[in-house]
Ligand binder design. Structure first.
Ligand code: SAM
Length: 403
């Protein structure tokens, strides 16, 4: 059977399914893609579906405000028409899609349903020339949580950051970037290129001269310094940004992670960069190393609310209960890992979270329960850091020393 739908419709259908996966089922955007785009064959169309859904999540409160302004009776949060309108409106208002291309590919998704309503609201918004605010509005519960933790300035900086995807940050195995790349360096071994740069086509990528890693994500491994052949456990290591940094800094790295698929990416990354690490597939809560080690980096599983620019889904699906559960896991992992360290060794704990329950609170509970450890250094990276250069992910990191 030949479908009469316009060619771009499957990508929009996948975008609606992605929104549904995040907002109604609480799934991460990235992991929902395969299922949502199951009938989308071309990689470009999958990428388009992802980009539309991600942009709708960045702009959700503002899109909903427009929809509410144009409807006499407020649509339910999970109404089919609201989902279709979010996907239709975000395209001309934030992605530069011509309005007719946006609406003609969305209307087939509501055939036999609220087609007239979707068409009417979309047309009204276009005719009235409504726009989205330059600085997006954060979801109210998230703004309230971050305001209580960090204050109004941080909430405002976070809102400014979410307006666009981040620039491309590279980490280099060798000091100093190759001269062919023109960007800004914010730290030794770091180079920032404009957003949208295609990393695989850069000179030096195939030869493994660098890997993609946000400037903030490169901070935890820097806290361990040069390895000089000493042994480090990289716990929760995949896909391996910190493993590569540690190997490049002269550590003998054992990388442990429970996810086989993520470890496969780590192995690919090592293969491309020519760096070495022992790879172990294991649950950190069950595994034990054969002997005490010189250093440990625990980049623990977390809410990932610090990387909301890349993963705007976290703004809509991470709730306080999940944050509390993750903080508990982090504390348990930290307590377990601490016993594997030689006296004098360093233990780095990090999370890409913007929740103090996951960073500061876990580190202070650990420090209070382990007098044999000293907190030597800690850093909280908040939205607003490096803003003039394009921003940075939010992180918490701490280095403890075993006395
Ligand atoms: C923040 S990511 C790690 C990022 C990585 N360190 C890097 O720099 O590329 C957290 C990782 O923890 C892993 N993980 C979660 N629970 C785990 C467990 N119980 N044991 C081992 N790994 C676990 C996940 O598979 C995920 O790869």
């Amino acid at each position: 059977m030949i479908s009469a739908d316009p060619p771009g419709t499957p990508a929009r259908r996948a975008a609606v399914r992605l929104l549904d996966a995040v907002l109604r089922r609480g799934l991460p955007l990235e992991s929902a893609l395969d299922s949502a785009a199951r009938d989308v064959a071309r990689p470009e169309d999958r990428a388009l579906a992802y980009a539309i859904a991600a942009e709708a999540l960045r702009r959700l409160p503002d899109l909903d405000a427009l929809i509410d302004r144009a409807t006499k009776q407020r649509l339910a949060e999970d109404a089919k028409a609201r989902f279709a309108l979010r996907i239709a409106l975000v395209q001309p208002l934030a992605l530069g899609t011509p309005p007719h291309a946006a609406i003609s590919t969305v209307l087939p998704l509501v055939d036999g349903g609220p087609r007239r309503l979707v068409h009417g609201v979309f047309g009204a918004a276009m005719r009235a020339g409504w726009t989205l605010p330059e600085v997006p509005t954060l979801p109210a519960d998230v703004a309230c949580r971050w305001r209580a933790a960090w204050g109004e300035d941080v909430v405002a900086a976070a809102a400014r950051l979410i307006a666009s995807p981040p620039p491309l940050d590279l980490s280099f195995a060798l000091p100093g970037p190759p001269p062919a790349l023109d960007g800004i360096s914010l730290a030794p071994g770091h180079l920032r290129l404009p957003r949208g740069t295609n990393v695989t086509s850069l000179p030096g990528f195939a030869e493994g001269r660098f890997w993609v890693q946000d400037i903030s994500a490169s901070r935890p491994a820097r806290l361990l310094g040069e390895g000089h052949g000493r042994i480090v456990l990289d716990l929760c290591a995949a896909p391996g940004g910190k493993t590569m940094q540690l190997a490049a800094a002269g550590w003998r790295v054992t990388a442990v992670d429970s996810s086989e698929s993520r470890l496969a990416r780590l192995a690919d990354n090592l293969g491309r960069t020519g760096l070495a690490a022992e790879i172990i597939t294991a649950d950190v809560m069950r595994w034990t190393p054969p002997a005490p080690v010189d250093a440990i980096l625990l980049d623990a599983p977390c809410s990932a609310t610090g990387i909301f620019r890349r993963h705007p889904d976290v703004l809509h699906r991470v709730r306080p209960r999940a944050i509390a559960a993750l903080a508990q896991t982090q504390g348990a992992m930290l307590a377990r890992a601490a016993d594997w360290l030689k006296p004098g060794g360093a233990l780095v704990y990090s999370v890409c979270s913007l929740e103090p329950e996951e960073g500061e609170a876990v580190a202070s509970a650990f420090a209070a329960s382990r007098p044999d450890f000293t907190l030597e250094e800690s850093e909280r990276i908040l939205p607003g850091a490096h803003e003039e250069a394009g921003g940075a992910d939010a992180f918490y990191l701490a280095r403890f020393r075993r006395n």
